[in-house]
Design a protein around this ligand. Sequence first.
Ligand code: ARG
Length: 487
Amino acid sequence: MYRGGLEDDLDDAAQEFVSSLQSDSEILPFDIAGTEAHVLMLYKSKIIPKADAKKLLSALRDIRTGGFDPMDMNQVFEDGHELLESWVTEKAGKRAGGRIQTARSRNDQVAVAIRMKLRHDTNMIQTGILQLVSALLELAADNTDTTIPLYTHLQHAQAGVLSHYFLAQAGILLRDYERFAGMYERLDSNPLGSGPVGGSSLGIDREITTRLLAFPDMVYNSLDATSSRDHISEFVSCVAIMCVGLSRMAEDLVIWASDEFGFVEIADRSASPSSAMPQKKNPDVLELVRGKAAGVIGDLVSVLAIQKGLASGYGRDLQETKEPAWRAAEVAAGSLHILFEVLTDITINKNRMAQAAESGNITALDVAEELVRHKVPFREAHLEVGKMVAAARRAGKHVLDLTKVEISGACGINPDTVARALSACTVEGSAERRRSSGGTSRQEQERMIRQVEESVGELFGELEEQRNDATANIGKMWQEIDEFLQR
Ligand code: ARG
C-alpha cells in the first residue's frame, strides 16, 4: 500500500522475512481501538470530514465486531497495520480509507497497541497472582499446626509449620504484584499522535486520544514515544522475576511429591502418566512451570539485546520485541493458573511431614538456645550440642534421648543443666517456641495470615479499579462512536 516511491514489489523472501503479521494478530484488537480513537480525534480536530469519519468508524466497528482472522489473508502485507488499513479501505472506499493514516505513522500506531496489550496482560497476570495468593492463604490457615522440617541446603534445619511455607510464597507473590503495579504506572501512557518520530503539523489533539484510550497521561516526547521499549523490558523482567520464583515453588512441590518425601500428592487431573511404566504419576505440569521459566529468562535477554546499541528513532529491530513479550505473558498467566489448580486440589500428608521432622536432630538449635537461657554463651552451647549430636549419631539415637551418662561423656556443660534443657525441647513444641516477629509460633502464623488477608483484600479492590479504568473507559469510546454513527 505504501510503495509509491519504490519501483518494484517486495521480493517474496523479503516479504516473508519482514512480516510481523503473526505477532500482530495478538495486537489487532488494540490496533483497531487505537485506530478508532485516532479517527474520532481527526474528526473532532476538523482534520477529516464528518462523512469520511463515519465511513471509517463504521468500517472499523464492523471489523471489531465481526471477528477477523489475519491468517485468512494471503500474506501480501508487511504487518497488521497495513492489513488493517487495507480492510478499512475495502469497506469504507478509497477516498475515506485514504484518510485513515493522516497524522499517524505505523510507529506511533504500533507503540500504542503494544502498550494497550501489555496493560491488558498485566491486569490478567495481577489477577492470577491474587488468586494464587488466596489459594496459598487458605492452605496456610489449614496448616498452622502441621509440623514440617524447614530446610537449608535441603538438609533439616529447624522444625516449622506448613503455614509458614505457604505464607512465604504468598509474600513473594505480593512483591511480584507490586512490581507489576509499579511497571503498570509507567506503561499506562499514550504514545499515539507522535507520528513517525517528530509529531505532526496537522493540528491533532493528543489529549483526545489519551482520554478515549483511557490513558491517564501521554508519553510526551514524540521521539521517546515512538522508539522506546523500556516498558517491554520492564514487563518481561517482572514476568521473569515472578517465573523464577514460581519455578522454585514448583520444584519444592516436585520434591515433596516424590516417593522419598511423600509430603504431598497432586490430584490425578494435574498428573501425567508414563507411556511405559504403569505405576507412574508424574508432576509434568510443575516441571514445566520450572522449565518454561527458562524461556522467559531468554525472552528478557532478547528484548534487552534488541534495544542495546540501537540508534534512537524507530528501527525495525523493535518489531522483534513483540514476540518475546507475548510469549512471556502467556507463560506467566499459564504458570500462575497451573499452580493455582495444583494447590487447590493438593493432598497434604501431615503424618509424613511430622515423621520427617522427628527423624533428624532438628531440635539441636532449640537445645542450644535453651542452654543460653541457662546463661551458657551461645558459641559454647553450639559447640557442646554439636558434640552431643555426634554422640547421639554414634549411639544411633536422637539427641533428645541421650542419657545423663552419655551427656557427660560427650559434653563439658553440667549434665543436669543439659538434661533440663533437653527435656524442655520437643519436635512438636519446637515451632511454637519461636515467637520472634515472622517466626514459626502460632501467634505469628495467625498474625501473618491476617496481614496477607488484608493486603489481598485491598489489592483486589485496587485491581478492580485499574481494570475498570482501562476497559470500561474504552467501552465509553465505543458508546461515543455508536452515538456518532447514529447522528
Ligand atoms: N510492524 C512494525 C512493528 O511491529 C510496525 C512499525 C513499522 N514501521 C516502519 N517504519 N517500518 O514494529
